[in-house]
Design a binder for this molecule. Sequence first.
Ligand code: GRF
Length: 219
Amino acid sequence: MSGSIVILISGSGSNMQAIIDAVDAGDISGHISAVISNRPDAFGLERAQAAGIHTEVLDHTEFKSREIFDLNLIRKIDDFEPDLVILAGFMRILTPDFVRRYSGKMINIHPSLLPKYQGLHTHKRAIEAGDKEHGASVHFVTEELDGGPVFIQASVPVKESDTPEALATRVLTQEHKIFPIAIKWFMEGRVQLENGIPHMDGVSLEGRVPRLHAELSEE
Ligand code: GRF
């Protein structure tokens, strides 16, 4: 039996779709056991159902506290005995207990070249700072929001005329490329977290994170 993957979403689920497509194409050795959303109206739920994947909703507004929500989420996730938990646009701050439970086997995608621009509004912030390049990062999840160790990135050029929306679209196209690659590497056991440092094929990635460089001609 191939490895079990659980994906958490809150919204559109376009990254989740890229992962579904890569699993269907046989690029990722694993199966998606469940997609769980904290929002009942997330469009990603429809996408997952259309792909025949089991979906669950755990509406955070129905819980008294973040701690209680996260405990219930752990119970739901653990039903599927995941080898990997993927945050694909899951817009929640996680409790330390939740993060610790999936240490070394939970990853997130963030739309910036981390450690730059943790948090929200990354595209606007990159434009306002006059950055010439922007991008996305896949990282292991730690207690620091968007602060965990990165193991693959993609960069895109920033145009003079860019709006945050245009830049976000350009970055998202690259997210859909690097997230499936990251998951493929993890499920093959090629990428692992060792003492808080990501390793690829046993070699530390500290200071040498693989990075895809996209050109404007790719648009
Ligand atoms: C992506 O930009 C991702 O980097 C961020 O949230 C967005 C989710 O988009 N964490 P989608 O739901 O995958 O379409």
